[in-house]
Design a binder for this molecule. Structure first.
Ligand code: FAD
Length: 445
């Protein structure tokens, strides 16, 4: 018997439920990845490069036996399955809007067997007593803990016998070369990064996670995004530690499951306001709005913490979570621009760009999402900077114009600003009032 293992967002061999299913069936397996133009076109360069590096790592793990084919999965998968006479095509379930549609179309032609998902607890599993989905994180989280997850399973290279794709008459292509350098990809890199984080930084995570200058978070988001590691492997390691920091980290992984659940329940929330009252809010448009948008993208708003974040994004294809919140709040509430413009820019730039986490992170900040931060909560970029980058280290790292200013003064710039650093593009106190007025107009149900 032959089974086709179709890899998507699960680019690893360890703790891969799909492989467990194939191994139990005793079938030999062909590993397939489809380079799908529809997905590649909407991924930014950093994500594409990380994907290509992940594929190269997976191919190495399989001794060069990963079959990579370009095309539309709806054509490619049934064709390859037929060529190797595979009765079943094994996948890890995809819960995103595009993935669900694609899988339904593929399943019209082949027997698609989904085992496991990229989440600790798959979307749709954590519900209220009546089966209704949660709309607020904290009660979801309580129920998520109650529900629990499986222990990792030991699947690895040796679990199944892999077919050589050169024996299959399929249109095999080379894995594309990445266009630029970036963080190492693949299962070994993910496990190494995770082990280092647990060893060096997990103990201090609770206190340091909100401080962008300390680089104290795990940077596991990209490995989770491409399934170079399964979250339950991480949850097992966290459970062994029993500390406030381990608990806090576990809570962050629950946010990831929560947002995947929300997107599953409401696929429209990838593009539209989760809270429909926000359809009526007024946004700015026209040349001034476009100019403000460019200043924000390029990190020249004249607000040091905002500019530092946007420049980190450009340089590293990643941004610290606290700063993501600050720049997003600035975008929506100081510049009065529609959240989906900012979300689109993030998706283009971020190496960890993930539809569920990104769109809902934006909507949370904009007030239109779940658990919405109350509409009257408007981040003050200067005091946020002073609070979370108290010695100004983060700003000086990313905004070289401000390196001559020491300590916290780098945020308020009370003693003047260097000539080569732009003046603030807006008056925060004024824009705050404006944001409140606009929210006031839609507040009533
Ligand atoms: P850690 O602090 O080490 O967290 C561990 C893991 O928990 C992360 O890797 C991530 O998988 C998960 N996690 C942490 N915070 C969140 C959160 N708020 N929501 C969902 N999962 C979380 N995360 C993405 O993975 N992709 C995105 O495209 C993305 N866009 C965002 C946009 C905005 C406006 C905001 C406010 C947040 C966004 N996040 C996104 C969530 C968060 O900022 C990143 O997951 C985090 O910064 C990644 O760095 P880390 O792995 O070092 O985080």
């Amino acid at each position: 018997d032959t089974a086709l293992v179709w890899f998507r967002r699960d680019l690893r061999l360890g703790d891969l439920p799909t492989l467990h299913t194939v191994a139990e069936s005793g079938a030999r397996a062909l590993g397939l990845f489809v380079l799908d133009d529809r997905l590649l076109k909407t991924s930014g360069g950093a994500r594409r490069d990380f994907l290509f590096r992940s594929l190269a790592a997976l191919d190495d793990q399989l001794d060069g036996r990963l079959l990579v084919v370009k095309g539309d999965p709806v054509d490619v998968v049934p064709t390859v399955a037929k060529k190797v006479s595979a009765e079943e095509v094994h996948v890890s379930a995809d819960y995103g809007p595009y993935g669900r549609e694609r899988d339904a179309a593929v399943a019209e032609h082949v027997d698609l067997v989904a085992t496991g998902s990229p989440y600790a607890v798959a979307p749709g599993r954590v519900t209220k007593t009546g089966g209704e989905p949660y709309r607020v994180f904290t009660p979801y989280f309580r129920q998520w803990l109650e529900h629990g997850w499986r222990a990792p399973i030991d699947t690895g290279r040796a679990t199944v016998e892999w077919l050589d794709p050169d024996d299959v008459k399929a249109r095999r292509v080379q894995i594309p070369e990445p266009e630029s350098d970036g963080c190492p990809a693949g299962e070994a890199a993910a496990l190494q990064r995770w082990a280092e984080f647990c060893e060096d930084d997990l103990a201090g995570y609770e206190d340091a996670r909100d401080r962008p200058g300390l680089d104290a978070t795990s940077r596991m988001s990209v490995y989770l995004k491409y399934g170079n590691i399964h979250p339950r492997t991480m949850l097992r390691d966290l459970a062994r530690r029993r500390s406030k920091s381990a608990e806090q980290y576990r809570r962050q992984l629950a946010w990831r499951d929560f947002y995947a659940d929300i997107l599953f329940q409401r696929p429209d929330s990838a593009r539209e306001n989760y809270d429909r009252r926000f359809d009526r809010i007024r946004y700015d448009s026209g040349p001034d709005a476009e100019e403000a948008y460019s200043a924000w993208c390029e990190g020249r708003t004249g607000f040091p913490i905002v500019d530092a974040g946007m420049r980190q994004l450009k340089a590293e294809a990643w941004m610290h979570n606290r700063v993501r919140m600050i720049v997003a709040s600035f975008f929506v509430k100081d510049l009065h621009l529609p959240w989906w413009w900012g979300a689109r820019y993030f998706m283009n730039r971020l190496v960890d760009g993930d539809l569920a986490n990104n769109q809902h992170g934006w909507q949370w900040t904009a007030g239109s999402g779940t658990d919405a931060s109350p509409y009257f909560r408007v981040f003050n970029p200067t005091t946020q900077g002073e609070k979370f980058d108290p010695d100004g280290e983060y700003v000086r790292r990313w905004v070289p114009e401000l390196r001559g200013i020491s300590g916290k003064a780098v945020h308020a710039l009370k003693d003047g600003r260097p000539e080569d650093y732009p003046p603030p593009i807006v008056d925060h106190a004024h824009e705050r009032q404006e944001a409140l007025a606009r929210y006031g107009e839609i507040k009533a149900p």
